[in-house]
Design a protein around this ligand. Structure first.
Ligand SMILES: Nc1nc2c(ncn2[C@@H]2O[C@H](COP(=O)(O)OP(=O)(O)OP(=O)(O)O)[C@@H](O)[C@H]2O)c(=O)[nH]1
Ligand SMILES: [Mg+2]
Length: 710
C-alpha cells in the first residue's frame, strides 16, 4: 500500500441530517476512487461503512466509520458520521480531526435537525464547511427550497457553486459555476459541455457574483479583480480555497449519491479546494498552545479520537497524526500518563477492512491495535516531545439518565464490565455508581442512544438488564424547634449499657446567630458531604454527660442524618443542642451513647415539623421560537417556574427553575414538542421544600417500600 504525502491528503467528515445519504455518498466516493467495483447499498446491508451488526440490523449508521478513497492522486480520508442527534458524540470527535465537514442535505427536506447540529459544531470548532444537496434524483427534490433554507439558517456565506438543470426523476445534469460547464452524468461517467444558452445568463451572473465574493478573501486577488474585472480559473480556485478555509464561504454543490451523480466532481472539488493538513489557516494546538504544523520533520504527535472493541482484534484505536510521521513498530509515549507504547501495526481503514502500511505521514488518519492503555483524548508522541498533549475533544454531556441493574444479580459484574466497555468507546455516555441513590446511573443523549445500549446488551453481551428511572436525591430537614430525650438501658447478663441524652434541635439557616436557650460550651460546624450543615452544640452543664461521650452521640446523630427518619434520604441544615443527660458509673459506654443520641435525634426530628427538600435545577431550553408556547406550558406542568427568555435569530431560550423529579425523560418530551430541534442544559441550583401533596406521596411510597422489604 502506497504512503501518501501530507500535501496529497484531504480529511473530510460526512455529516448532516439523519438519512440524508452520507453512507451512500461514502460508498459512491469509494467507487469513484476505484476502491470497489460495485456500490453497496444501506438497504442491501453491504456498504463499506455501515458494517457493524447493529447497523446492518437497524439500517442506519451508529458509529463513525473511517474509510478513504483516491481521486486525482489525492488520498481523501472520509469519516462517515451517523446523522441521528443522539450520536452527537461521534460528530464531536470527527469535527476535531478533519480539515472540512461535508454537510449532506436531503433535497426533499432541506435543513434538518442534523444539519443544524453539524453547523453548530462547525461554528464552535471553526471547521470549514461544504454543503452538498443530495437526493436530487428524488421526485420531490427541491433545490431552490433547500438553498433558501440554508441561507435562511446559516446566512449568505452559503454560496451556490452548482445548480441542477433537471432535478427530480430523470435528473442527470448540473451547471457548474466554477468549471463554467454543463455536467452531464451518464452510466457512472461525467461529460462536460458548454452551458446551454437558456442557463448561460444565470450562470454568468452567478459566476461573477462568486468571483467578487471569493476575491475578497485575499488582497492581491482583490486587486487583480479590480484591474481585470474577472479572475482566471486558477485565481478563482485559489480564492475559493482561501475563502473556504477561512469560513468566509460555504459552497453548495449538487449530487445524487444513490445514482452516483456529481460525486466524482465533488471529490475533485475537495481535492482542489479543501486544504491539505499542512496548508490550513489555523493549525491544531497542544494544550500549551503550541501549533502542530503537520510537518514530517517534526516529532510525532498522534491523537486518539475514537476506539472500539472488535470481536477478534480486541481494542482498535483510531488516531489522527497532527505532526511528524509514524512508522510500524515505532515506540511512542502516551503523553497523558507517560506510559510507553509500541505501535506494532499502522493500519489504513476502509470500513471493517484494514491494510498495513509501513508508515503514515503527518496529517493522515489511521488505526492501530494492541496498544496497552490508550484511551480516547490521549496523545502519543515521540520520546522527545512528551510535553505535547493535544487539546481534548469536548463531548456532549448526557441529558438523559437511567438506573441500570442486571436482571439476574449473578450478572452484576458482567453488566458492570459491559457498561464500562461501552463508556470507554462512547464518551457521550456517562456512568456513576451512586452511593446515595444506591443505583448505577447511566447517562446518555436520548431515547435512541439508550436503545442502542439496550441493543448491545441484548445482542452482543447477551445479558438481561433492567432500566428504571433514577431515584431523586431528596433531602430531609426540619422547620421548627423540638426537644426529645432518650434513655438507652440494657442490663441483662454481664456488663450493661446505659446512656441518656436530652437534645433540642432547630432548623439551621445561613447566617443564623449561634445561640440557643441553653448556654453553648462547645460548638462544631460540619459541612455535610451531601450539602447543607449540621451544627453540633455541647450545652451540658454540671457534667451530666462526660465530654468523652460527645463524639459517640455525634456519631449516632450522623447515622440518622445519613439515613433520614422520613424517607431514608440525607438530612441537612440542623442545629443540635445536647443540653442534658445521665451517665451510669459502670454501664455507660460509647455504644450506649451512640444509640441514645441516634434515637433522641430521630424522636426530636419527628416533632420538628420535618419536611422533604428536593433538588431544583436551573434549566435553559433553546427552542425554535414558534414552539416556545408549547414548551412553556409543558415546563409549567413540571412545576417549573419560568424566570425569563431571550430570543436569538430563529430561536428562543427559556430559563426556568425546575424540580429534578419532574425532569426525567425531558429530552424525549422536548424532542416531540420541537420536532427534535430543541436543546437544553440543566445545572443544579438549590434544595427547596416540596409541596405538601408531593411530601405525602413520597412518605406513602417510602412506607410501602419499607413494608415490602419486611
Ligand atoms: N433517491 C435517493 N436516495 C438516496 C440518495 N442517497 C441516499 N439515499 C437513500 O436514503 C436512505 C438513507 O441513506 P444513507 O446513506 O443510509 O443515509 P445516511 O445519511 O448515511 O443515514 P444515517 O447514517 O443514519 O444518518 C437509503 O435508503 C439510501 O438508499 C440519493 O441521492 N437519492
Ligand atoms: Mg450513514
Amino acid at each position: 500500500m502506497k504512503v501518501y504525502q501530507t500535501s496529497d491528503i484531504r480529511n473530510i467528515a460526512l455529516v448532516g441530517g439523519a438519512k440524508s445519504g452520507k453512507t451512500t455518498m461514502a460508498e459512491a466516493m469509494a467507487f469513484c476512487g476505484g476502491l470497489i467495483n460495485r456500490r453497496g447499498t444501506v438497504d442491501g446491508k453491504n456498504t463499506i461503512s455501515d458494517y457493524r451488526d447493529i447497523e446492518l440490523d437497524r439500517k442506519y449508521s451508529v458509529e463513525t466509520s473511517l474509510m478513504y478513497t483516491e481521486f486525482g492522486g489525492k488520498k481523501i480520508n472520509i469519516l462517515d458520521v451517523p446523522g441521528f442527534a443522539d450520536y452527537q458524540g461521534e460528530l464531536a470527535a470527527a469535527f476535531n480531526v478533519v480539515e472540512a465537514a461535508v454537510v449532506v442535505v436531503n433535497a426533499q427536506s432541506g435543513v434538518e435537525v442534523g444539519t443544524e447540529i453539524a453547523y453548530r459544531y462547525s461554528n464552535k470548532l471553526n471547521t470549514p464547511m461544504l454543503f452538498v444537496v443530495n437526493h436530487l434524483d428524488a421526485e420531490k427534490a427541491n433545490f431552490d427550497d433547500s438553498v433558501n433554507q440554508l441561507k435562511d439558517f446559516f446566512g449568505n456565506k452559503c454560496t451556490v457553486l452548482q445548480f441542477p438543470v433537471n432535478q427530480g426523476l430523470g435528473f442527470n445534469q448540473v451547471v457548474d459555476i466554477v468549471a463554467n460547464k454543463l455536467l452531464t452524468f451518464k452510466d457512472g461517467k461525467m461529460e462536460m459541455a458548454d452551458i446551454p444558452a437558456e442557463h448561460a445568463g444565470k450562470a454568468e451572473e452567478m459566476r461573477m457574483a462568486l468571483v467578487e465574493e471569493a476575491a475578497a478573501a485575499d488582497d492581491e486577488l482583490m486587486e487583480k479583480y479590480f484591474e481585470n474585472g474577472d479572475l482566471t480559473p486558477e485565481e478563482l480556485s485559489k480564492a475559493l480555497r482561501l475563502a473556504i478555509d477561512k469560513r468566509d464561504l460555504f459552497p453548495i454543490l449538487c449530487t445524487s449519491a444513490k445514482e452516483n451523480m456529481g460525486v466524482g466532481r465533488l471529490l475533485e472539488f475537495i481535492g482542489q479546494n479543501v486544504p491539505a493538513p499542512n496548508e490550513v489557516a489555523e493549525f491544531k494546538k497542544t494544550k500549551a498552545g503550541k501549533e502542530l504544523k503537520c510537518d514530517n520533520a517534526n516529532p510525532t504527535v498522534a491523537f486518539a479520537f475514537k476506539s472500539s472493541k472488535d470481536k477478534n482484534l480486541g481494542e482498535i484505536t483510531y488516531l489522527r497524526l497532527f505532526d511528524g510521521e509514524l512508522a510500524e513498530a515505532q515506540d511512542v509515549i502516551n503523553s497523558v500518563n507517560q506510559s510507553k507504547e509500541r505501535v506494532s501495526q499502522v493500519l489504513i481503514c476502509s470500513g471493517k477492512d484494514r491494510q498495513r502500511v509501513e508508515k503514515v505521514c503527518a496529517g493522515d488518519i489511521f488505526c492501530t491495535i494492541k496498544l496497552k492503555d490508550v484511551k480516547i483524548n490521549q496523545t502519543l508522541t515521540s520520546p522527545k516531545n512528551t510535553d505535547d498533549v493535544v487539546e481534548e475533544i469536548v463531548f456532549p454531556t448526557p441529558i438523559y439518565t437511567v438506573a441500570v441493574k442486571a436482571a439476574n444479580s449473578n450478572d452484576d459484574e458482567k453488566v458492570g464490565a459491559a457498561l464500562k466497555d461501552m463508556c470507554n468507546s462512547d464518551r457521550s455516555l456517562s456512568l456513576e455508581n451512586s452511593r446515595e441513590l444506591r443505583q448505577t446511573i447511566l447517562g446518555c443523549q436520548g431515547e435512541l442512544h439508550l436503545n442502542t445500549v439496550k441493543w448491545y446488551f441484548e445482542n452482543q453481551y447477551k445479558l438481561g438488564v433492567n432500566f428504571t428511572a433514577p431515584n431523586v436525591p431528596y433531602r430531609e430537614t426540619i422547620t421548627k424547634s423540638a426537644e426529645a430525650m432518650y434513655r438507652h438501658k440494657k442490663q441483662s447478663g454481664g456488663s450493661g449499657q446505659f446512656g441518656e441524652v436530652h437534645m433540642l434541635i432547630e432548623p439551621y439557616y445561613e447566617g443564623m446567630p449561634n445561640q440557643t436557650k441553653y448556654p453553648i460550651r462547645d460548638t462544631q460546624e460540619y459541612n455535610l458531604d451531601w450539602g447543607g450543615k449540621l451544627i453540633f452544640n455541647n450545652c451540658i452543664v454540671g457534667g451530666s454527660i462526660d465530654a468523652r461521650f460527645m463524639p459517640a452521640i455525634l456519631k449516632g446523630i450522623m447515622e440518622k442524618m445519613e439515613q433520614g427518619p422520613l424517607t431514608g434520604s440525607y438530612a441537612r441544615d440542623i442545629v443540635v443542642n445536647i443540653y442534658d443527660g445521665k451517665m451510669h458509673p459502670v454501664d455507660s459506654n460509647e455504644t450506649a451513647f451512640k444509640i441514645a443520641g441516634r434515637t433522641a435525634f430521630r424522636e426530636a426530628f419527628k416533632l420538628a415539623a420535618p419536611k422533604i427538600k428536593e433538588p431544583i435545577y436551573d434549566v435553559a431550553v433553546t427552542v425554535p421560537t414558534e414552539s416556545q408556547g408549547g414548551v412553556m406550558t409543558d415546563l409549567q406542568g413540571r412545576r417549573a417556574i419560568v424566570m425569563g427568555m431571550d430570543a436569538e435569530g430563529k430561536y428562543t431560550t427559556l430559563r426556568a427553575k425546575a424540580p429534578l423529579a419532574e425532569m426525567n425523560r425531558y429530552c424525549t418530551a422536548l424532542s416531540s414538542l420541537t420536532s427534535g430541534r430543541g436543546t437544553f442544559t440543566m445545572t443544579f441550583s438549590s434544595y427547596e421544600l416540596v409541596p405538601a401533596d408531593v411530601q405525602q406521596a413520597l412518605l406513602k411510597a417510602y412506607e410501602e417500600a419499607a413494608n415490602e422489604e419486611e
